[in-house]
Design a protein. Structure first.
Lengths: 632, 193
């Protein structure tokens, strides 16, 4: 995991992103001469194929654990995350996703009825080539993403390849034979098995890939066991996820065009912060979409995406309300055009979407929205500037829990400016973003500034590495379900990163984040404390050891946090979570001329308490053993 | 031709290789078979009586030290009706080295990391619907090897293993057996490298 190396990254501004995927050896004129969007890299974490292998990840959601996002999870399988430090649930902005997930240029909804379904994405981890995790606001896939984006690019394999991964893990703390004695304790998690098989076909202008995967986890943690027993009864305490996905890509007209399909079934326990809404549920997802980009002459390029996603959730047992059952479907279309004008690139894009939720009782909630945006990127010598503005209109027929829906129409606008300067080994960047919603609710019309963000960053290239510093401020106006009104939150953050390579066979990275926040209402102030004030990570890796071994390790520290909890009676309390220090190490060995890879991944070697929610499971020392084959 | 004594994780026989240099990674393979006995007594043994078992292992040299995998099979008999018999399979990954003491006698030692798989013969007393369980284990191994021929040696060793159950279980195992060493087949070496 690392932040990007180059100063100016590829355009990451949604529909107008350039034709980045090409056949090796070919270059499209419009792509090669286009000014790139200024993107300061302290705001991004890039995870590539090498990182995925190095850390022994077998599920998509594990990628997020390597970002500096704030994490929340009750069971350790379904992970929620916050890019900017605002709370991940209960206090999120109404009617819109907190952050976006984009797969090969296609927006994929991952939330419905309380289920954050990162694992159900139409992509397996063996298909992933690169993931760019952005914590700052931007526009992606034609949408405002005020709270970050997870942008996944799939692999483009030039030769027919069969890729398979199998991993299983175990955590210390089972009762063993003592379960038949007075010393009995409950079983703790058995992690996996996780299995993925992916076939890549084609090469050159056409490539096709198909993948099937299965993941399971035995959830029996002592912290949540009473909740599990109450919900599941005699059912086994297992999460089970089965999924299949495929992609067909073709490179024509100096552009790439992809068909992406996927489906998944998850059955297991769905925990809510409020234990009264826990449930044993089955969730099925389906996604189909086409996306692509193409150069038109030497000065124009076009990007497009058309997707249809469906998520159905059925609560089989438990206490979740009727709202948790039903089906959500979304149709999304985006078109963008980019033009080169002198030293500038002009981007215009628009999108329309419709999503609906059908509840089990037959009621349907629907919303339509349309958005448009325009941006200009201007680059001159060592300075680049980006100006973006956009507006979105949304309306719904009925949405009792959503302000925009009850207003029937809302207007959402956003604008941003970024300025980047490269002065030899020194680089500076500043960016600002603001977003507002015009709400029309009953007879009242009011403009609510939802989020404002500004950050300045400094980067210095050193002979043996890079040092980066960033200072940022975020002001957000959030709807709080607890108070039933808006509250204001202000967060100040400071980040520092140091990357050094003292020896050819040794590289180290240190990342540190300081977050201080305040809020106008107590409920929001309490919720903000779920974001750790201090978070640091030291990563050390060896490219190769003797005998084709590789060793990687990381030490993560997270300061104490506080969490709001609501019990079944509606009483609110605040619980503390102790500071966390987690040491991981992965040893891998490549065999059979790189075709096979076996690894042992140790997590939490210090065996300190590791939890991602005050009401959640705790994880101690655990090991994963995996084998991965890449046969061409 | 040069006769080399390849360092081992377990007792490993001396083998003949074509190289004139020090033992190279994956140049030899050693297969070890031994009888094993659990000799210590702790809280577990007041409830279950250990029975003798056997152990099978394979090891090969690395650029630094040696690596091996082994599986030991033991069973435990319940001392009361409340404690069912169970079979245990201890799968370990080991890394270590060896040093010649005198003549054909050598000492070997290694660190071990693994997993124990338990199968309970608990009939109607199933807990949580489960009849099996697995848990991590860590430990160390030390022993003596007596080389009888370039390809055969005898060994005795002792293992101290901690099973990381909620109430930790310490097992001291002693084993005695033989090790057969041979040059790694070319095709297998191609895979390992």
């Amino acid at each position: 995991v690392r932040r990007g190396r180059s100063l100016i990254a590829l355009a990451c501004i949604g529909a107008a992103s350039s034709a980045a995927s090409q056949i090796p050896g070919t270059t499209c004129v419009a792509d090669s001469v286009a000014p790139r969007s200024p993107r300061w890299l302290t705001s991004q974490v890039v995870v590539d194929r090498q990182d995925i292998e190095r850390w022994g990840w077998s599920r998509i959601s594990e990628l997020v654990q390597r970002s500096d996002w704030s994490l929340s999870s009750i069971d350790g399988f379904i992970i929620d995350a916050s890019a900017d430090g605002l709370p991940v649930s209960r206090l999120s902005t109404v009617g819109r996703p907190d952050w976006l997930v984009v797969v090969d240029g296609q927006r994929v909804p991952v939330r419905a009825a309380g289920l954050g379904a990162l694992e159900s994405l139409p992509v397996a981890i063996t298909q992933v080539d690169r993931v760019t995790i952005t914590r700052t606001p931007l526009i992606a896939a034609g949408r405002f993403a005020a709270r970050g984006v997870i942008d996944i690019q799939t692999r483009r394999v030039q030769k027919p390849t069969l890729h398979a991964l199998y991993q299983i893990g175990n955590e210390r703390g089972d009762p063993g034979p003592y379960r038949y004695t007075d010393l009995r304790t409950i079983n703790v998690e058995r992690l996996g098995p996780d299995g993925v098989v992916t076939a890549f076909l084609g090469g050159g202008a056409v490539d096709i890939q198909g993948s099937a995967r299965y993941s399971t986890m035995n959830v029996t943690d002592a912290n949540i066991f009473p909740r599990i027993e109450r919900i599941s009864g005699d059912r086994a305490h297992h999460h089970r996820l089965s999924a299949a996905s495929g992609r067909a890509g073709v490179f024509v007209a100096c552009g790439r065009h992809d068909l992406l399909v996927g489906g998944s079934t998850f059955e297991g326990l769905l925990f809510a912060e409020d234990s009264a809404r826990d449930g044993w549920a089955r969730a099925t997802t389906m996604h189909v979409g086409v996306s692509g980009d193409a150069a038109v002459g030497s000065r124009y390029s076009v990007t497009y995406a058309l997707t249809h996603s469906r998520l159905r959730q059925d609560t089989l047992a438990g206490t979740r309300a009727a709202w948790a059952n039903g089906e959500r479907s979304a149709v999304d279309a985006t078109l963008g055009v980019s033009a080169l004008v002198g030293r500038s690139r002009l981007d215009v894009s628009g999108s329309i979407a419709r999503w609906s939720v059908e509840r089990r009782d037959g009621a349907t909630i629907a919303r339509d929205d349309a958005s448009a945006r325009a941006g200009i990127v201007h680059a001159r010598d060592r300075i680049a500037m980006e100006l973006v503005g956009g507006v979105a209109v949304a309306g719904g027929r009925a949405a009792p829990q959503m302000v925009m829906g009850s207003a029937h129409v809302g207007v959402d606008s956003a604008s941003s400016v970024r300025l980047l300067a490269g002065l030899g080994r020194l680089h500076l960047e500043g960016e600002a973003w603001s977003q507002s919603i015009l709400l029309m609710q009953d007879d009242e019309v009011r403009l609510v500034p939802t989020i404002s963000f500004a950050e300045a960053a400094w980067q210095r290239m050193l002979p043996g590495g890079t040092i980066e510093l960033a200072l940022g401020a975020t002001h957000a106006r959030r709807w709080t379900m607890i108070t039933g009104d808006f509250g204001d939150a202000t967060m100040l953050s400071a980040r520092a990163s140091l990357r050094v390579q003292p020896l050819p066979a040794l590289a180290a990275t240190i990342d540190y984040r300081l977050t201080q926040s305040s809020a106008s209402v107590a409920a929001l102030r309490d919720a903000l404390r779920s974001t750790p004030a201090h978070q640091a990570r030291l990563t050390v890796g060896t490219p190769h050891l003797a005998g084709n071994f590789r060793l990687s390790s990381s030490l993560t520290f997270r300061a104490r946090t506080e969490w709001i909890q609501t019990d079944g009676a509606g009483d609110v309390s605040v619980r503390q979570l102790a500071p966390m220090a987690r040491l991981d190490a992965t040893l891998e060995k490549r065999l059979w001329r790189e075709r096979l890879r076996v690894y042992v991944a140790a997590r939490n070697l210090l065996d300190r308490e590791e939890r991602y929610h005050a009401a959640g499971a705790h994880f101690g020392l655990r090991f994963h053993i995996g084998v991965e084959a890449d046969i061409r | 031709m040069l006769v080399l004594s390849a360092p081992t994780v377990r007792a490993q026989a001396t083998v003949t290789v074509d190289s004139a240099s020090s033992p190279r990674a994956f140049s030899t393979l050693s297969i070890h078979l031994a009888g094993v006995r659990n000799v210590n007594r702790e809280r577990l043994h007041a409830l279950w009586a250990p029975r003798d078992g056997f152990e099978l292992g394979v090891s090969t040299p690395l650029p630094v030290g040696e690596i091996g995998i082994g599986i030991a099979a033991l069973s435990f008999g319940g001392r009361a009706a409340e404690q069912p018999d169970f079979d245990a399979r201890l799968l370990t990954l080991r890394w270590g080295g060896s040093r010649t003491i005198a003549g054909p006698l050598a000492f070997h030692g290694s660190a071990a990391l693994g997993n124990i798989f338990m199968t309970f013969d608990d009939g109607e007393r199933r807990v949580g619907g489960l009849t099996t369980e697995s848990e991590l284990l860590v430990g160390g191994v030390g022993g003596l090897d007596l080389r009888l021929s370039p390809w055969l040696s005898l060994s005795v060793e002792s293992s101290l293993l901690r099973i990381l159950t909620s109430t930790p279980i310490d097992l001291v195992l002693v084993s005695a057996g033989a090790t057969l060493g041979f040059r790694t087949p070319r095709w297998l070496r191609g895979v390992l490298e």
